[in-house]
Design a protein around this ligand. Structure first.
Ligand code: GDP
Ligand code: IMO
Ligand code: MG
Length: 434
C-alpha cells in the first residue's frame, strides 16, 4: 500500500505540523520516525492551539493510530506530560497511541552531558535544544550504555542496567568538566531506576512492537503518513554538518526509524516556508541580520518566529533556492506546500537566492559542509512583493497577482508542483493549488 511522507526542506519549523494535520484525516497511521522532544509542531484549529513535541500530529485525530517509531528518542516525562496536556484539552489519548519498544530512552544524564559541552564556552556549541538528543543517539550507536523503551518495563532488568550505565556516565561527565570552571551533577542509579520505573508503569499500555504493527497495517491495506521532525538541512548526514541534529530527518530515516521498507513510499510532500528561518548556530547565507528596524526583525515579529521548544528567537532570511534545490533532490519531493506567505505582505521587493558566490566563483550547488557554506554569499533575484493582506484568501483567484508570481517562481526554481499555499496558521487558511 502506498505511503506518504511530509518533510521539511529548510532548517525546520516550515509548518510541517499544519500539513500533517491536514492530511491525517485520510490516513490510518501517522508515524514519527526521527528526533524527539527537540521538535515543536504547532497546530491551530480556530480558537484552539496545540503544541506537540514528541507525539505525532495524528494524535489530534482519534481515528488515526499515532506511532512513535524505533528511530525516535523518548524522554518519558515529556511523553507523559504531553498526554496529560491533551487529555486536559479533551483530546482522547489511549489505544490510538503506540510507542516502539525499540525507541531509545533519554535520561537526565544525557541532558547534563549536553549542558556541560554546550555551555563550555570553548566555541564548540551547536546551539542545541538542550533536550539530550545528541547524547542519547551517541549512546544508541555506541551500544554499551543505551536503554530502550522495552527495557523500562522490566524493573529488575532496568535497575541492573542503570547500575552498570550510571557510574560510567558519572565518570564521563566529571571528566568532561575536569580542569574547567564548570561543575557537574552526579546521578544515583537507584533513584533513576525508581523514577523511570514509575514512568514505565504509565507508559506500559502504549508500548509495543510498532514495526510489526505497521507491517500488519500494510498487509491490511492501511494508509501510512510519515511525519518528519526537523528539516532536511538539519539531517545528520546531508545537512549543514556539524550544525545539524543527530538523526535522519530526510525520508531515508523512515526505513531505519520505523522498519517500513522504502518501496512503500509513493508520495513525498516537501514543506517550505516562504522565507527561511534557522534556530541555533551554523551558516545561513540568506540571513537578514539587519538590526532592530530591519526586515529580518519584521519577519520575526509578524511570523512569530520564536522556537516552540526553547522560545529562542529564530534567525530569519530570504528564501534560498540553492538550498531548496538540494533538499528537493535529496528528499525526492513530488510536490511542495508553500507556507507563511501572509508574513511577506507589505514588503515591496522580495529576494530569492538563485546561486552563491564561493571564493569568487558562482556556484549553483549547495555546499553542505558548514565551513564551506560559511564562505558563500548569495546571488539574488529580486521579485516584486504585494501589499494585500492574504489571511482571508481561500482560493487561488483571491491571491494578488504578485503573490501568484512568487509561488510560480518558487515552483519553477525547485522544479516540482505546488500542492497548497498557506496564508495563516489556521486549518482554513489554506489554498489548494492543484
Ligand atoms: P513545524 O515544526 O514544521 O511543524 O513548524 P512550527 O509549528 O514549529 O512553526 C510553524 C509556525 O507557523 C506555527 O506557529 C504555525 O502555527 C504557524 N503557521 C503555519 N502556517 C502558517 C501560515 O501560513 N502563516 C502564518 N502566519 N503562520 C503559520
Ligand atoms: P521541528 O520539528 C528547528 C535545531 C536546534 C539546533 C540543532 C541541533 O520543530 O522543525 P538538537 O537539540 O536537535 O541536538 O539541536 O537542531 N533543531 C531544530 N530547529 N526546528 C526543529 O524541529 C529542530 N530540532 C532541532 O535548534 O540548531
Ligand atoms: Mg517546529
Amino acid at each position: 500500500m502506498p505511503a506518504t511522507c511530509v518533510v521539511g526542506l529548510q532548517w525546520g519549523d516550515e509548518a510541517k505540523g499544519k500539513i500533517v494535520d491536514l492530511l491525517s484525516d485520510d490516513h490510518d497511521f501517522v508515524v514519527r520516525y526521527n528526533g524527539g522532544a527537540n521538535a515543536g509542531h504547532t497546530i491551530v484549529w480556530g480558537s484552539r492551539t496545540f503544541k506537540l513535541s514528541l507525539l505525532p500530529t495524528g494524535i489530534l485525530k482519534s481515528k488515526v493510530t499515532s506511532v512513535i517509531g524505533n528511530g525516535v528518542v523518548v524522554y518519558p516525562p515529556r511523553f507523559l506530560e504531553e498526554i496529560d496536556q491533551l487529555l486536559e484539552a479533551g483530546v482522547p489519548v489511549g489505544a490510538n497511541l503506540k510507542v516502539s519498544d525499540h525507541a531509545h530512552v533519554i535520561f537526565p544524564y544525557h541532558m547534563e552531558e549536553e549542558r556541560v559541552v554546550e555551555t563550555a564556552g570553548d566555541g564548540g556549541a551547536i546551539g542545541t535544544t538542550g533536550r539530550g538528543i545528541g547524547p542519547c543517539y551517541q549512546d544508541k550507536v555506541g551500544r554499551r550504555f543505551a536503554i530502550r523503551v522495552g527495557e523500562l518495563l522490566d524493573p529488575k532488568h532496568l535497575r541492573e542496567r542503570l547500575s552498570y550505565v550510571v557510574p560510567y556516565k558519572n565518570r564521563f561527565i566529571h571528566a568532561l568538566t575536569a580542569g574547567g570552571t564548570h561543575t557537574s551533577k552526579s546521578f544515583d542509579p537507584a533513584a533513576i531506576a525508581d523514577e523511570y520505573g514509575r514512568y514505565a508503569e504509565r507508559m506500559r499500555p502504549f508500548v509495543c512492537d510498532t514495526t510489526r504493527l505497521l507491517h500488519d497495517g500494510l498487509k491490511a491495506s492501511k494508509k501510512i503518513l510519515f511525519e518528519a521532525a526537523q528539516g532536511s538541512l538539519l539531517d545528520v548526514d546531508h545537512g549543514t554538518y556539524p550544525y545539524v541534529t543527530s538523526s535522519s530527518s530526510l525520508p531515508a530515516g523512515i526505513w531505519g526509524g520505523s522498519g517500513v521498507p522504502s518501496k512503500v513510499l509513493t508520495r513525498t510532500i516537501g514543506v517550505v516556508k516562504a522565507y527561511t528561518t534557522r534556530v541555533g548556530r551554523g551558516p545561513f547565507p540568506t540571513e537578514l541580520d539587519d538590526g532592530p528596524d530591519g526586515l529580518g526583525e519584521r519577519i520575526r515579529r509578524i511570523g512569530r518566529e520564536f522556537g516552540t521548544v526553547t522560545g529562542r528567537p529564530r534567525r530569519t532570511g530570504w528564501l534560498d533556492g540553492v538550498a531548496l534545490n538540494y533538499t528537493t533532490a535529496l528528499a525526492g519531493v513530488d510536490e511542495f506546500s508553500l507556507m507563511l506567505l501572509d508574513v511577506l505582505s507589505g514588503i515591496p521587493e522580495l529576494k530569492i537566492a538563485t546561486a552563491y558566490d564561493l571564493d569568487g566563483e558562482r556556484v549553483t550547488h549547495f555546499p553542505s559542509d558548514a565551513h564551506v557554506l560559511a564562505r558563500c554569499t548569495p546571488v539574488y533575484e529580486t521579485v516584486p512583493g504585494w501589499t494585500e493582506d492574504l489571511t482571508k484568501c481561500r482560493k487561488v483567484g483571491d491571491l494578488p497577482a504578485n503573490c501568484r508570481r512568487y509561488i510560480d517562481r518558487v515552483a519553477a526554481l525547485i522544479g516540482v508542483p505546488v500542492m497548497v499555499a498557506s496564508v495563516g496558521p489556521d486549518r482554513d487558511q489554506t489554498i489548494p493549488m492543484q
